[in-house]
Design a protein around this ligand. Structure first.
Ligand SMILES: Cc1cc2nc3c(=O)[nH]c(=O)nc-3n(C[C@H](O)[C@H](O)[C@H](O)COP(=O)(O)OP(=O)(O)OC[C@H]3O[C@@H](n4cnc5c(N)ncnc54)[C@H](O)[C@@H]3O)c2cc1C
Length: 333
């Protein structure tokens, strides 16, 4: 069945009129796969009033953009978006469909896969083509990153995956690169079973963390939610963002949107300062791409010191304010 399924697709994701960085990362991977297998790279762009984003998709490597523009697609209502994407796939029969492993992508992709009766590898971190079989090989950390599972989808088409943001390199933008824009109509067979009544921002946390060059993260060692103020002050001096471990988001000390790790965000700042975080494997998998990791922990045997480039053994409530004061003095902020 696989012979007549051709093309490497990326489902584009956008927010407030701008594409998410993960869409560029997926297009970079799609280009590599497309060039290795001589298949066209296409992006699916669903939304309302989003045509202007097509040029950006071409610049990132799409040869073709399927645009489905409809007021019902203005919000991220999974039912409608899944229907639009699944219909296009049925019509065009791409071999591979890549979706960002964002909150929306992780909700959308299984709905599309279920409609098509195909498989889905969720939360993969690497993607390549098997040189012999031509099958997509997806690497997915399992058991908290202790095992790397390689998953293929030999029987069904398309081969679908969600890929974690920040795990793939972003492609070079090629200014002025042209492609084919195909407009498609949206004709859902039924009304969506869900509606977005109100959008409540969880703070700029997740968006900030995704692009932050400096992240100051707090764990249970802070002892009290009010002590996150100390991290916010340090982050402000360094122009960074604040993140949290699962222990503290579970306790309600900090918003769940700021969670880093296996069940939260994968981040790639240049500097990650872990404050009162033990360094459980489920946390560490989210920070492996950080440039420099600094750990502050009162326990010299805490596992976080095994991956930290610099370690400070001490009470976080004393070390962080001292660090903030010294940085303020040196940086003049
Ligand atoms: C399926 C699954 C998924 C998970 N996903 C995630 C995830 O995505 N992200 C995540 O973070 N966790 C995740 N966890 C939880 C993870 O296993 C740990 O329980 C969690 O990361 C621990 O958080 P913590 O380091 O803040 O707390 P703790 O493990 O309690 O560590 C607190 C640390 O603070 C130190 N400390 C205490 N007081 C001070 C002080 N005054 N000064 C300095 N240091 C101090 C202690 O020495 C200790 O090392 C997951 C667990 C499971 C089972």
């Amino acid at each position: 069945m696989s012979e007549d399924w051709r093309g490497i697709w990326v489902v584009a994701e956008h927010r407030h009129g701008a594409l998410l960085a993960v869409t560029g990362e997926l297009l970079g991977a799609a280009r590599r796969l497309g060039e290795a297998s001589r298949q066209e790279v296409a992006a699916v762009l669903c939304g309302h009033g989003v045509e202007k984003l097509a040029g950006e998709l071409f610049a990132w490597g799409a040869d073709r953009v399927y645009l489905v523009d409809d007021p019902r697609l203005a919000a991220n209502v999974d039912d409608y978006h899944a229907e639009a994407v699944a219909k296009l796939i049925q019509e065009e029969r791409p071999s591979v469909v890549l979706v960002g492993g964002t909150f929306f992508g992780r909700s959308l992709a299984p709905r599309v896969a279920a409609r098509l009766g195909t498989g889905l590898t969720a939360d993969a971190t690497e993607v390549e083509l098997d040189p012999e079989s031509g099958l997509l090989r997806l690497t997915k950390p399992s058991y908290g990153g202790d095992v790397l599972a390689v998953i293929t989808c030999p029987e069904r088409r398309p081969q679908m995956a969600t890929l974690r943001p920040h795990t793939l390199p972003a492609p070079q933008r090629q200014e002025g690169r042209q492609g084919v824009l195909e407009r498609r109509t949206f004709a859902p067979v039924r009304e969506a079973r869900m509606a977005i009544l109100e959008a409540v921002s969880e703070g700029a946390c997740a968006a900030n963390l995704a692009d932050a060059r400096v992240i100051v993260a707090g764990g249970r060692g802070l002892g009290d939610p009010k002590n996150f103020k100390l991290l916010e002050e340090l982050a402000a001096v360094l122009g960074g963002a604040v993140a949290a471990s699962r222990a503290v988001t579970d306790l309600g000390w900090y918003p769940a949107a700021c969670l880093v790790g296996q069940t939260g965000l994968t981040v790639a700042p240049r500097l990650y300062i872990a404050c009162g975080i033990s360094g459980a494997i489920q946390h560490v998998v989210g920070i492996r791409r950080a440039g420099t990791i600094v750990a502050i922990n009162k326990d010299p045997h805490a596992p976080i010191f095994e991956i930290a480039h610099y370690g400070i053994v001490g009470d976080v409530l004393e070390v962080v304010p001292a660090l903030t004061a010294e940085l303020r003095r040196r940086l003049g902020r």
